[in-house]
Design a protein around this ligand. Structure first.
Ligand code: HQG
Length: 177
């Protein structure tokens, strides 16, 4: 099994369905690496393999605890976890990539978080376009993060540089990039 498949499997069990590996995530989303190895029979995981996937992951999706015994996803959860993120001051402009078929709805209610805990934003137009392309024809949206923040929105930045916010109302979105 290649590393990308294992990375997708780790995203699945650490963000959405820990029960598939019989894992107990603690309240901050950490899972015991030994449990992950012992319960993932189809994936032949080892500590070395997990470490190399964490280190080489293109978006730094996972982190291992300082004592080396636990692993968690840096963002993207649909299950209830508290990542204890600290509020941060965003750059003036952030980006979100979506698919053209969602634009009409976004023009109605803005960007909503759906199954995840937050709306995900990025400083990289490349990343945004790739993310949007997962769902159809990609469309790049600009977000006036500075004004949102000045007007009271709380932004968070994950360890892997994803910007998170609860909701982006239509008035802060730029559709003409
Ligand atoms: C869209 C990747 C209709 C939204 C990325 C997106 C990210 C609306 C989809 C992370 C809408 C949700 C998350 C509205 C938003 N009407 N559609 N009002 N508001 N949408 O996968 O942001 O590779 O839950 O545009 O880098 O695409 O997994 O969110 O198309 O950080 O590590 O609803 O996933 O990270 O899709 O991606 P998602 P996302 P990883």
């Amino acid at each position: 099994m290649n590393n990308k498949k294992i990375s997708k499997y780790l995203s699945l069990v650490l963000r959405h369905k820990p029960e598939l590996a019989n894992l107990q995530l603690n309240s901050q989303g950490w899972a015991c690496i030994n449990d992950l190895i012992n319960n993932s029979h189809e994936h032949s995981l080892s500590l070395e393999l997990i470490q190399s996937i964490v280190d080489s992951n293109d978006k730094q999706r996972f982190v291992i605890s300082e004592d080396g015994t636990m692993i968690r996803a840096n963002q993207g959860h649909s299950i209830e976890v508290d990542l204890a993120l600290e509020a941060a001051i965003p750059p003036n402009i952030l980006f979100h990539g979506t698919a053209s078929r969602f634009i009409e709805s976004i023009k109605g209610i803005g960007l909503v978080k759906g199954q995840r805990h937050h709306v995900h934003l990025t400083q990289s137009t490349d990343t945004a376009l790739k993310v949007g392309g997962r769902y159809g024809k990609p469309v790049l949206l600009g977000i006036d993060a500075k004004t949102m923040h000045v007007q009271g929105a709380q932004f968070y930045k994950t360890q892997n540089n994803v910007w998170l916010v609860d909701h982006v109302p239509f008035k802060y979105l730029n559709f003409d990039l």
